[in-house]
Structure formats: C-alpha cells, structure tokens
Design a protein around this ligand. Structure first.
Ligand code: UDP
Length: 463
C-alpha cells in the first residue's frame, strides 16, 4: 500500500542543509536516509569545512559552498574547542547567505524533480529569509532534545528574573519555572560575549517559529511535555520521529575522524556488562587536571574502560602525552584508549555496562536505545539540561554534580552505577526506555505515525 502510494506520487526532491558539526551532520544524514527510503530524492548543501564524504552516500547529490570564515576561526589550536562555537555559528549565518542562495538557484533547484522544501538545521536562522525570497517552504531539524529547546523562548524572562547571565553564587538555586532544573543546568555556554549568544538564540527561536514545522530526533513518550509546550508557544507542526539511527535502514558513517575498529576487537575480549565507555563527543575539551583525574578515577575503579580521547581535546597537549609513563601498561589490558570510536556499535556491544558521557543529545539517544546507563558530565548548552533529565527525570543515569572533577568522586559514581542497588534500578529503567524507543518505530508506534504525517506534510507543501 505504502509502495503503491510512493509510485503514484510525483517524485519530489528535498534540499537538506546541515550545520558543519559532527553532532548535527550525523542526525541530518540519518534523516536524509529515512526520507530517501520514503521515496524522496535528496540534495545536501554543505559548507566546505567539516564536510560529509559524498562517496559514503552515493544516493544523494552534494553541493559544497564556501564558509567565508577568517582563517583564525578554523585554525586547529591545541586544546581549542568550545570557545569559538558561538562566533562560528554567528559568522556562518552571515557569510554563507549569498553562497547558499546562489547554490539553491543555480544548482539545487535546477532539476527535473520539483523541490518540495528545504530542511535546514535550526541554527541556520538565515535560511528563513532566503527560502521565503525563493518561495520555498522550509522545515527545520532541531538536533538537540526538545526539553532543552523549550527553555530558549523563555530567555527574556530568565534574563529579567536575574537567572541569566548565570552567576557562580546562584548555581544551586532551583529555576522554579523549569523544574527540576537548577541555575547551573540552564542551556548556556561560557563566553566572553553572552549578548551574542542570547541574540543567536533569539533569532533561532523566531525563525524556527516562522518555519513550516520542526523535525526532532526524539520520541513522544520521552519528551511529551516539552514537545507540547513548544507546539503551544510556536504554533507550528512538530514531528518527533526519532530515534533516527534505529530505523531498519543501511546508514553510512558520517564521522569526520576514522572510527578505530580496535574498539570492537578489544570489547570482544571483555566480560558482558563490565566496561565503562567514556567519550565526551566532538566539541568538549578538558583541562590537564580534569584529564588526569579521569585517568586515575578510571584506573582506581578496577573496571575495564574504553576511552575516546580526541586529538587536541586536552588543553596544552596533542593527545596522550600527559598520562604518566607506563599508565596503560600498568593496567594490563584493562584500559583501551582510541582517538575516535564507532560509537553506535560500541554502545550496542554486550561488554559495555555504562557510558560516561558529556550528555550531547545524539550520545544520550544512542545510550538510551541500547539500554546503557549513563554517568553525565555536561559541558555546555543543551548538555546541562539533558544530564539533569537523565539523572532526575528519566532516572537512567547519575550526574557528576561537583563542578570540579575528582578521582574519588569518579570512582564512587562508577561503583554506584556498576556495583550497587541504585545502579541496578537505573539499569532496569534504561532497559524499559530502550524498549519504548524501539517500539515507537514499529507499525502504529508514535514515531512511525509522525513520520507518515511528515511525509504527507511535505507532499502538501509542494502543492
Ligand atoms: N561519536 C562517534 N565516535 C566517538 C564519539 C562520538 O561516532 O568516538 C558520535 C556519536 O555517536 C554521536 C556524535 O558523534 O552521534 C556526537 O554527537 P553528540 O550530540 O553526542 O555530541 P557533540 O559532539 O555534538 O557534542
């Protein structure tokens, strides 16, 4: 019946425009794979840094546009990392306007198949004006949790009430408008120019409100109240069709770094449910002290660990030079460190018993989908909110509350999760959530139905 409908409908093209960051490219390309399976042709317009590899996705058409950023913004410096994220996104919203418009008019739209709509990363707020000027309908993909996005429209109120900018003396205060969030959980980032950040968020919210709908990599059962609240405030259709990576489709990797397959062969040598997998995503950076506390916390836990240390993700160092001589050797095979792992495969491995994460949304969803309990150490923006929900609402993990990482705290958290009753209860809850995440993709499940309505919505936009 579905195939019949696909045949009868005119083939339409979709233009997708991801933000050039790992946590944004991955879900955008997964979404592209899902929509391609629904009979749409796919064009990806991408910026010429952190570009996806077209040869991994032979069914899609790719167009590259110049980023136009000054060199110093992109130069990899040791332990750089989070400091320029906001400036880069703010700049890209200016420098790519004309190249994006030109690409749409000269390449992407010039095709036998009519373009039904643009699907833009929500952080590219400028795409609203460009799409409007070309009379092209625009949907947005929001790659974070709905729960964290739900706080953004309230920024003016939070500023007025003095919660923002966040002050160190108020970190532990509850934000009564958003229980159970505390001031330290608000979705902000440490920056020299907080006004720039508030301005960016305000534009993202207003241009999202002006879109034809939001696509979410989440499922309704997990975030119903935030999804309802956003729908009420923005009055646009919502399509929570996640978890994206769990549709039964052949996805190709969109990793920028090489996925080290020794992660899997090493996991094959470990007992079931024994390993702590540690990764803080593609952007977060650590201080030298934090790095060493983590190393000793893991070593002292006496449990096996697989640790992703991205090159240049530790201040003042290229990779592992700061580890004491003979550190790994002294653990006699109990620890394995890689530069980048095939994370979804790692989390699905039977040997993995817990995930110590920075609580990025993709990582959080990937952990839930494999029923892996989490230890959360958030760095910024949505990660703060996600980690509070993981530990206090969904109760599928524990959160390192102390702002300063200490080996003793780390060891205690690991013990709590891996060896104590509370850990068992957490494991039981995350396993139930995993079942829920998988059922919602099945025939009649919530994400299954939302995907159907998204497909119909896109067809209706094309008329
Ligand atoms: N990831 C990976 N290998 C690694 C670390 C991360 O493939 O060693 C992937 C992970 O599966 C996720 C993405 O990178 O899909 C990170 O996204 P997330 O939203 O968790 O964090 P971000 O990098 O945006 O902070």
């Amino acid at each position: 019946m579905e195939q019949q409908q696909q045949k009868e409908r005119k083939r339409l093209r979709l233009v997708l425009f991801p933000l050039p960051a790992q946590g944004h490219i991955n879900p955008m390309l997964e979404l592209a794979t899902i929509l391609h399976s629904k009979g749409f042709s796919i064009t990806i317009i991408h910026i010429n840094f952190n570009s996806p590899n077209p040869s991994n996705h032979p069914h899609f058409t790719f167009h590259s546009i110049p980023h136009g950023l000054p060199d110093h913004m992109l130069k990899p410096t040791t332990g750089s990392g989070t400091k320029d994220v906001i400036s880069i996104i703010t700049h890209l919203n200016i420098t790519t306007v004309e190249p994006f418009r030109e690409c749409l008019t000269s390449n992407a739209l010039d095709d036998d198949e009519p373009v039904a709509c643009l699907i833009s990363d929500a952080m590219f707020h400028f795409t609203r004006a460009v799409a409007d000027s070309l009379k092209l309908p625009r949907l947005v993909l929001r790659t974070t949790s709905a729960t964290s996005f739900n706080v953004f429209p309230a920024f003016p109120l939070l500023l007025q009430k003095g919660y923002l900018p966040v002050q160190d003396s108020r970190l532990e205060e509850p934000v009564v408008e958003f229980p159970p969030l505390k001031v330290k959980d608000l979705p902000v980032i440490e920056t020299q120019y907080p006004e720039k950040f508030y301005e960016l968020i305000s534009r993202v919210v207003s241009e999202t409100k002006a879109s034809s709908g939001i696509i979410w990599n989440t499922f309704e059962e997990l975030e119903q109240s935030a999804l309802d609240s956003i729908a009420n405030q923005l009055s646009i259709p919502m399509f929570p069709i996640g978890p994206f990576h769990k549709y039964n489709l052949a996805y190709s990797s969109s990793s920028f770094l090489v996925e080290d397959q020794s992660s899997i062969s090493w996991l094959n040598t470990q007992p079931p449910n024994s390993v702590i997998y540690v990764s803080f995503g593609s952007v977060a950076v650590l201080s030298e002290t934090e790095f060493l506390e983590i190393a000793w916390g893991l070593a002292n836990s006496n449990l096996p660990f697989l640790w992703v240390v991205r090159p240049r993700s530790i201040h003042g160092s290229e990779w592992l030079e700061l580890l004491p001589n003979g550190f790994l050797e002294s653990l006699r095979g109990r620890g394995h460190i890689v530069k980048w792992a095939p994370q979804q495969q790692v989390l699905a491995h039977l040997a993995v018993g817990a995930f110590w994460t920075h609580s990025g949304w993709n990582s959080t969803m990937e952990s839930i989908c494999e029923g892996v309990p989490m230890i959360c150490k958030p760095s910024f923006i949505d990660q703060n909110v996600n980690s509070r929900y993981v530990s206090h609402v969904w109760k599928v993990g524990v959160k390192l509350e102390n702002g300063i990482l200490e080996r003793g705290d780390i060891e205690r958290m690991i013990t709590k999760l891996m060896r104590e009753k509370e850990g068992e209860e957490i494991r039981c809850r995350v396993s139930k959530l995993k079942d829920m995440a998988i059922s919602c993709l099945k025939h009649g499940g919530t994400s299954y139905k939302y995907l159907d309505s998204l497909v119909n919505h896109i067809h209706s936009l094309a008329h």
